[in-house]
Design a protein around this ligand. Structure first.
Ligand SMILES: *[C@@H]1O[C@H](CO)[C@@H](O)[C@H](O)[C@H]1NC(C)=O
Length: 411
């Protein structure tokens, strides 16, 4: 009992420290004396939250991006700028700091059409971009969620915009921002290299559908650090083509937890490797540390470490599902699978709301191999009864104390 209380106290303390760092305005990097500042107000932005400021931003971007000296594009503090679907493209002549101090807000749902429904703000083909400033990116997603087929089954399923997309960027830093109420995914990193995502606060209600926090695909050398992510879907989803990703000091929940995959849907090939998820806390999420792949895919998910993780009230804390099937009709058994090997779950403790604390559900044609379970203690919330582990087609080993004892009566 005493140790559980201590753990909770430590946990709250860590969150408090993280919040301080995410909210510490004094640490915002100001554009230094050598950079030229391009304020969107000098390009006609009104900042009243009603007039469309898209053109003003586009003009300011063109100016900043073609500056031969390092540029800072400023979205001033204390105002709200209505921004339609926008793509800000490189290459730029010098480095650009996109400094959001005020708020960028998306138009209401009726303002979108099929042509622009997939992205709200997209940065594309830029080298050396920094997005920062401590301001707010507000997707204004409430009406989208209400009209989602996941909220109301009578409605047709439609796409919804990703609030912030980084496509084909290298040497990218996104630091100290609040991203709230996205229409769908909050932030997506696609085809990028050398990326640092730090001090981000990402928030949407736990009931908002498909509002993933951070989505990463086809990107390598990525760091995610000191982030708080509370949404209605995956805290982070790590998809095909992600290599060398380090996630540290991230707090998740509510939401669906940290997920690698889903991989291999529609018989596709997927490759994910070199992922470290370290010092993460999950609060009230449906999953904790998860890897999910469809039958019929190919490729691999390997060299993955989940370590130093605290879970509080998590439904499925440790889960590998190689027979993932998220479709209306049941999935058929197929010959191939995305291989899963060299996976470490280490120093993971906390509470679960279901008995199934550890679930390694692998495919008979491509058994999971080299799964290591080290120092795990997952107890049922409220202490009523024992937790369990279930395993199929998994080659695992354990070291240290592992509760629940892995793979009873299996393998
Ligand atoms: C989407 O495009 C249409 C024109 O095709 C335009 O009228 C509308 O304002 C755009 N919406 C957004 C949010 O950019």
């Amino acid at each position: 009992m005493a140790s559980a209380t201590t753990a909770k106290l430590l946990w709250s303390l860590l969150i408090a420290l993280l919040l301080l760092s995410v909210c510490d305005a004094s640490s915002v990097k100001e554009p230094d004396g050598t950079s030229v500042v391009f304020s969107i107000e000098n390009y006609g932005a009104r900042g009243d939250g009603k007039h469309d400021d898209t053109q003003a931003l586009a003009k300011a971007w063109t100016a900043a991006c073609s500056s031969s000296r390092p540029a800072a594009l400023l979205v001033p503090k204390g105002k709200s700028y209505l921004l339609k679907s926008t793509t800000l493209s490189g290459p730029c002549k010098s480095t650009v700091v996109f400094m959001v101090k005020g708020m960028l807000v998306a138009p209401s749902r009726s303002d979108w059409s099929e042509d622009n429904i997939s992205h709200w703000i997209m940065f594309q083909g830029i080298s050396g971009l920094t997005v920062t400033g401590g301001g707010v990116i507000n997707g204004n997603g409430e009406v989208w969620w209400k009209n989602s087929c996941k909220t109301n089954e009578a409605l047709p399923c439609t796409h919804a915009p990703t609030a912030l997309t980084f496509h084909l960027c290298d040497n990218l830093k996104v630091d100290y921002l609040k991203i709230v109420n996205s229409q769908q995914i909050h932030m997506s990193v696609e085809d990028c290299t050398d990326v640092q995502l730090t001090r981000l606060s990402i928030t949407a209600p736990g009931t908002s559908p498909n509002t993933d926090g951070i989505h990463i695909t086809r990107s390598k050398d990525v760091q995610v650090r000191d982030c708080i992510i509370k949404t209605g879907d995956d805290c982070m989803s790590i998809e095909d083509g992600t290599h060398n990703l380090h996630v540290t000091k991230v707090v998740c929940g509510p939401g669906h937890g940290i997920s690698i995959g889903s991989l291999g849907d529609d018989n596709s090939r997927a490759e994910v490797s070199g992922i470290t998820i370290d010092s993460v806390q999950l609060y009230g999420t449906t999953n904790g540390a998860r890897i999910k792949t469809w039958q019929g895919g190919s490729g691999f998910a390997k060299d993955i470490i989940f370590q130093n993780i605290i879970m509080d009230n998590v439904q499925n804390p440790i889960i590998i599902d190689q027979n993932y099937c998220d479709s209306a009709k049941p999935c058929q058994d197929q010959e191939s699978a995305v291989e899963i090997n060299s996976i470490i779950f280490k120093n993971i403790r906390g509470t679960t709301t279901s008995k199934d604390a550890i679930k390694l559900s692998c495919n008979k044609n491509a058994p999971c191999s080299d799964i290591s379970l080290e120092n795990i203690e997952l107890k049922l919330e409220g202490g009523k009864g024992d937790t369990e582990s279930t395993c199929q087609n998994a080659k695992w080993r354990k070291s240290g104390n592992v509760v629940p004892s892995p793979c009873k009566g299996n393998n």
